[in-house]
Design a protein around this ligand. Sequence first.
Ligand SMILES: [Zn+2]
Length: 144
Amino acid sequence: MSRPSWVATEKGSHLRGRRTRNTKPEMELRRAVHALGLRFRLHRQVVSRCTPDFVLPRWKLAVFVDGCFWHGCPDHSPAQFKGPNAQKWRTKIDTNQARDRRNNLLLAEAGWQVLRIWECAIRKDAELAAREVEHAAKERGDLD
Ligand SMILES: [Zn+2]
């Protein structure tokens, strides 16, 4: 297994604190959600400095696809980092998780329901993940 070099990743959007858009799992989930007949909007800033991957305005449901590594998936983000950049990685993931919590809070305060789905869950079964979105929407009921 090759370890990504810090120099290369430093130029990546992750390390500038921005979420990566239109990742493969995100696209897969969108396709599956669309197939269920649910309508959504992409990359809308619904509260200050917070742009979910997509939102279902009808149910005020905000969906994030969280990358396992950078958002600290319990199954796929290492508990211990090795090498010269270990501390930087740890700090970066902690910062991401803190931002995720802040965004969850801001969205909830603004009346949004937040659903976060790990990229690994989508890789495993995109349709099941889409059902989760559908379920969350149905739980919300019609807001109109
Ligand atoms: Zn994972």
